[in-house]
Design a protein around this ligand. Structure first.
Ligand code: ADP
Ligand code: MG
Length: 317
């Protein structure tokens, strides 16, 4: 449905998007995930045809967004970042205006507006001025604008920014239900957001794609490391000695030096081993008292942070 091939965007000499390629299939819900400034909005703006790539091509349903702009754009509904809406219009007037922009036929217009308001739950507020609506409703109006003309692809830039938790849940559910009829691309700098809504995640950092995978795979891949967190009283500083004989430890770090004299360490081990028993035995032998011991597995958050960190260091593993 969308093919992005070797796309680069430069602002002057600054490379905002650096030679990215990916495909999005019909019906997928895909999330662009990355920190602020990663290049998410720039990429989305290029797919919608609002800005031109410096290099590379983008096909939307087979149409080149630059060469067949009209046909390609017809397939896309776009919700830009930060809900820029016309405050002095009513909800219905705004949607009607969007219908004009999208060249909806006059005799279909009434029905189109009605359908869109129904899909986004806006019937009750259709005659209110947009400026008087809550942020959550404004977001929905913006989404309604994107839906006019029933485009195959919906592009939603940071759809939940600025919303409270209840509104976030509502928008999420709305996106999921829209995902049944549309191909959806959304962006977010929040991982849980993307992992809860999307079936595919494209992680982008400093203009480059760092990973493309399902949320499940990204999470599984990080479970290769285990972390044990242990709080001890180690009066004679024996901890180094105590862990030395234990096999499979990759790294130990002091995390907290507590006021009560205890210290908290994190110990990273290989994935398939559990060293808790060895820790109990060896620490006891060295006279180290364990106050707390926890085993935690890496989360998707860690996967994301690792990918982004590696990229900043220059892309090494
Ligand atoms: P994201 O949406 O991931 O936060 P953006 O795509 O908005 O990131 O921006 C990517 C980078 O490109 C940022 O460093 C930003 O400052 C820069 N940038 C975006 N738009 C412009 C522009 N019109 N002129 C110059 N630099 C820009
Ligand atoms: Mg952005």
């Amino acid at each position: 449905m969308i093919e992005v091939k070797n796309v680069t965007k430069k602002y002057g000499s600054f490379v905002a998007v650096d030679n990215i390629s990916f495909d999005i299939k019909e019906g997928e819900i895909v999330g662009f995930l990355g920190p602020n400034g990663a290049g998410k909005s720039t990429t989305m703006n290029m797919i919608t045809g609002f800005i031109e790539p410096t290099e590379g091509t983008i096909l939307v349903n087979g149409y080149d967004i630059q060469k067949k702009a009209r046909k390609a754009k017809k397939e896309i509904g776009y919700m830009p970042e930060g809900v820029p809406l016309y405050n002095d219009l009513t909800v219905k007037e705004f949607i009607s205006y969007m219908a004009d922009l999208k060249l909806v036929k006059r005799k279909e217009k009434k029905q189109v507006i009605e359908n869109v308001m129904e899909d986004t739950n806006l019937i009750d507020v259709q005659n209110k001025l947009i400026k008087n609506l809550s942020r959550g409703y404004k977001q929905r109006v913006s989404m309604a604008g994107a839906l006019v003309g029933n485009p195959k692809v919906l592009i939603l830039d940071e759809p939940t920014v600025g919303l409270d938790p209840k509104q976030i849940t509502e928008i999420r559910n709305l996106i999921k239900s829209l995902g049944k009829k549309h191909t959806v691309i959304l962006s977010s700098h929040i991982l849980s957001e993307v992992s809860q809504i999307c079936e595919k995640v494209i992680i982008i950092n400093s203009g480059k794609i760092v990973a493309i995978d399902t949320p499940e795979n990204l999470e599984n891949n990080t479970k290769k490391e285990n972390i044990i967190t242990v709080t001890v009283e180690d009066l004679e500083n024996k901890i180094e000695e105590a862990i030395k004989p234990i096999e499979g430890i990759e790294e130990m770090k002091l995390q907290k030096d507590n006021e009560d004299g205890t210290k908290q360490y994190s110990i990273k081990t290989k994935a398939d081993i559990d060293i808790r028993k060895n820790i109990f035995e060896n620490f006891a032998k060295e006279g180290i008292t364990i106050f707390e011991l926890k085993k935690s597995e890496a989360t998707l958050e860690d996967a994301f942070m690792n990918l982004v960190k590696n990229e900043e260091k220059g892309g090494e593993e």
